[in-house]
Ligand binder design. Structure first.
Ligand SMILES: [Cu+2]
Length: 97
């Protein structure tokens, strides 16, 4: 009985640790309007990568979207949309969020 309780608390501590560690990196997919070729997606990608807190960026003009991995403590989605809009393309609001 004692061992079972101990095991439960160990598992809980481990789970909490994993949740806390992953809370800092978030991945978001933002729809981007107006990208026609690799040069377009390249400039969006470049602007995002130059933003502090962005860890990884995959921009596709085919799909018209940017998949961004970022540090939750330094950035939020609103800021990422602003960066995209400043490149001259349009970050589309996701109606489900
Ligand atoms: Cu282009």
């Amino acid at each position: 009985m004692r061992i079972t309780k101990f095991m439960v608390s160990v598992v809980m501590v481990l789970t909490l640790g994993v949740i806390t560690a992953s809370a800092f990196t978030k991945t978001v997919t933002i729809k981007v309007e107006g990208m026609k070729c690799a040069k377009c997606s390249g400039s969006v990608s470049k602007a995002l990568k130059a933003t502090e807190g962005v860890e990884d960026v995959q921009v596709s003009h085919d799909k018209g979207e940017a998949v961004i991995k970022y540090d939750d403590a330094k950035l939020d989605e609103t800021k990422l949309r602003e960066v995209i809009n400043k490149t001259g393309f349009k970050a589309v609001e996701n109606p489900t969020q």
